[in-house]
Design a protein around this ligand. Structure first.
Ligand SMILES: Nc1ncnc2c1ncn2[C@@H]1O[C@H](COP(=O)(O)OP(=O)(O)OP(=O)(O)O)[C@@H](O)[C@H]1O
Ligand SMILES: [Mg+2]
Length: 510
């Protein structure tokens, strides 16, 4: 048995009102891929922040041993110095700097105090090659997709001579191809002796590449499983995470589909930076009362652009087309008009469009419908508190109180606040764009249940999702998009993963 590279012993970390970690133990062996799993708010990111010195020694109880040395990191650079590198849940690259500049940010290649750009360039190229990225080092971060950005983060980690690489939900925003690429890279690192800790809610990935799995629940270690000697099933992991069996991933759905509520005709949207490019190309579709409508397609197929442009033209330029709601043409060319016409949009990017991080949970939840908690234009705090508490209970939002800033919530719990906010706005049509990204299996089920309840109450839902099982598990009808166009439509009873993929491939295959 190989020896441990890392031992975290009896780690306890408290925030005001929350014990985020309670006597947690974690042992990572040399050269292994160790998965860390648990529900939203279980303490995964916090444990990694303790490890990397973001929460300095003295801020937590317990001991950390790295390569048999006791460590008391005061800041991130202390852990990096030993080869522990963390890539956070939310990427930290600077959009308007180049790939090379980002890789060497804070670690500039210089000679006599002057940055040596030739060396920067050459080294950056070497690192990009290692992670399999063919981009020029001069390319700006803003011009590459998230999949490639993730690889740049890893190249950056490699520039620091990493021994233990920590990835906090690296594949949450990636499509299947990019995810697989990244997982292959971890295996390749492992063969070179680099250990890694992988945090993921995608249990199929964990099952595929982890050598060990540690399960956290409510800030405590439940167990560590050795996958090299026994086959570990997803059900076993789920049981450890949620403390009960979850036999069905999708709640049963009894659809009651009513009349047409939305009719979108010849919708075309152009790219804001490249005005000649059509990102949505003459799309027409309908949505009915009580219906859950899925929009499927690969990343970059125009799904999000369609959803955002419909929601008050919040994406794109030179937008054409007609929107007919409840039989009447409507003009929804601003977010306010979209909300006034009963639309709501839950975004895939909660940091940019969904939340005001500096404000508390209750302010965020009531934001899109202040009228509902106001009388004579004055916001009634008591009303705000009562409603917000309802959502906290209903969605099981893990927080010390609804007065907590959303900034301090775990990623998945932030997503639940965004969802609450838009439900509170009481829309007729709710557009959900990747609503379960970064959400644990138990909470996903809760969200699907809420989708069903909304549909049963006569609302209509548009669900944009990259996860085909989710689309198939939740929707009544499915549109498939590719390169900005709708390339297929099917009822759930006729749909399958193969059929959807075939629609996409046929279009790509010419
Ligand atoms: N800075 C903070 N201040 C107060 N509470 C915090 C802070 N950071 C985390 N918490 C709380 O600690 C708990 C653990 O959060 P953490 O982010 O570690 O969860 P997680 O397992 O990474 O969840 P997710 O899967 O949603 O990312 C949560 O209850 C969270 O609200
Ligand atoms: Mg986290």
């Amino acid at each position: 048995m190989s020896k441990a590279i890392l031992e975290m012993r009896n780690i306890t970390k408290t925030f005001p009102g929350v014990k985020a970690l309670d006597n947690v133990n974690l042992t990572v062996k040399e050269g292994e891929i160790h998965a860390l799993v648990g529900e939203n708010g279980a303490g995964k990111s916090t444990l990694m922040k303790v490890l990397s010195g973001i929460y300095p020694a003295g801020d937590y109880e317990g001991d950390i041993f790295f390569q048999d040395h006791k460590c008391q990191f005061k800041q991130i650079s202390d852990s990096e110095h030993l080869g522990i590198v963390i890539i956070h849940q939310e990427l930290a690259l600077i959009p308007f700097l180049s790939i090379a500049e980002n890789i060497f940010l804070g670690n500039e290649q210089h000679r006599g105090g002057v940055i040596n750009w030739d060396k920067t360039q050459v080294k950056a190229l070497e690192l990009l090659k290692l992670v399999g990225l063919n981009e020029s080092p001069d390319t700006l971060i803003t011009n590459i997709g998230v999949g490639k950005q993730q690889l740049v983060e890893i190249a950056k980690a490699l520039s620091k001579e990493v021994k233990l690489l920590i990835l906090d939900e690296p594949t949450a925003t990636l499509n299947e191809t990019d995810s697989n690429k990244l997982l292959d890279l971890l295996v390749q690192f492992k063969n070179q002796g680099i250990s890694s800790i992988l945090i993921s809610h995608k249990l199929n990935e964990v099952e595929k590449i982890a050598d060990s799995i540690t399960i956290l629940r409510d800030g405590a270690t439940i167990e560590t499983l050795d996958c090299t000697t026994q086959k570990i099933s997803e059900d076993h992991i789920i049981f450890g995470m949620v403390g009960r069996d979850l036999t069905h991933r999708y709640p049963e759905r009894h659809s009651q589909i009513g009349e047409k509520v939305l009719d979108v005709r010849n919708w075309t949207v152009h790219h804001p930076l490249h005005p000649q490019r059509k990102v949505v190309d003459n799309v027409s579709f309908t949505l009915n009362k009580g219906e859950v409508l899925g929009i499927s397609g690969l990343m970059g197929s125009g799904r999000t652009e369609l959803a955002m442009s419909l929601f008050g033209h919040s994406y794109g330029i030179d937008i054409h087309g007609e929107v007919i709601k409840d039989g009447k043409p409507v003009n929804i060319n601003s977010v306010n008009k979209a909300i006034a016409n009963g639309l709501a949009y839950v975004t895939e990017d909660r940091k940019t469009y969904g939340l005001i991080l500096d404000q508390d949970i209750k302010d965020n939840i009531t934001l899109a419908n202040l009228e509902r908690v106001s009388s004579a234009n004055v916001v009634d705090q008591n009303q705000e508190i009562l409603h917000s508490r309802d959502y906290k209970e209903k969605f099981n939002i893990k927080c010390s109180s609804i007065l907590q800033k959303t900034l301090n919530l775990s990623g998945g719990n932030q997503q639940k606040v965004v969802l609450s906010k838009w439900l509170f706005a009481n829309p007729d049509i709710l557009i959900l764009d990747e609503p379960t990204r970064g959400i644990d299996v138990g909470a996903k089920y809760e969200i699907y249940t809420i989708i069903n309840e909304l549909a049963a109450a006569g609302k209509s839902i548009i669900l944009v999702s990259s996860e085909l099982p989710e689309i198939l598990g939740v929707c009544d009808r499915i549109y498939v998009m590719n390169e900005g166009r709708i390339v297929g439509e099917m009822l759930r009873k006729d749909a399958s993963q193969e059929k959807i993929m075939k629609c996409i491939m046929q279009q790509n295959g010419e």
